[in-house]
Design a protein around this ligand. Structure first.
Ligand SMILES: [Zn+2]
Length: 184
């Protein structure tokens, strides 16, 4: 990969140190004002190439993945049903549920037990939607990704590693499609 031909986006912010990100599959440089991107790209070219290869591989693996079309209302009903059922199963309580587009993750839960659902999830197969919700709810019991956490996950999803990989593939696939991003 010739780095100077690679597409990337530059954002300038009031920060001290530059950051390189690949969150949605395309390289983004977040730079302090006045900083030139070229030098940073040269300096981190190995890391950039490695990341780029990982994403290219993900997209290759993802190319025969099915993209599901659900309308927003059906998606919300599906999510709320899983949250109710799986909260019962795990014996946890959630507070508020938010739906919004997120750039860096499928879902998150806060210390106030609020759940935020990435609307990009509506294009996933149902078993992955179920898995993401279960994963977040388990975080209400165990915050970190430690042994205890994966033990709880394994009770319902023995194949969680495969599911996590699949979610990586879908992430870069969906984020590479403008049509999808617009309608999430
Ligand atoms: Zn997690």
């Amino acid at each position: 990969m010739v780095l100077k031909d690679m597409e990337y986006k530059v954002k300038y912010r009031n920060i001290k140190y530059p950051r390189l990100e690949f969150k949605t599959g395309r390289l983004e440089l977040i730079l302090p004002f006045g900083k030139n991107p070229t030098e940073l790209i040269e300096r981190h070219s190995r890391w950039i190439n490695k990341k780029q290869k990982f994403i290219t591989d993900c997209l290759k693996d993802a190319k025969d993945k099915e993209i599901f079309e659900r309308d927003k209302k059906d998606f919300k009903i599906l999510v709320n049903t899983y949250i109710k059922d799986l909260s019962n199963t795990l014996g946890v309580n959630t507070n508020k549920i938010f739906f919004r587009k997120m750039r860096t993750k499928w879902a998150s839960c806060s210390s106030k037990r609020n759940l935020t659902i990435n609307t990009l999830m509506k294009f996933l197969p149902e078993y992955l939607i179920e898995y993401i919700i279960y994963h977040e709810l388990v975080h209400l019991i165990e915050k970190r990704h430690n042994d205890r956490f994966w033990e709880l996950i394994s009770k319902r999803f023995k194949n969680h590693q495969k599911l996590e990989t699949s979610l990586f593939h879908y992430w870069f696939l969906l984020n590479s499609l403008e049509r999808i991003k617009k309608h999430a």
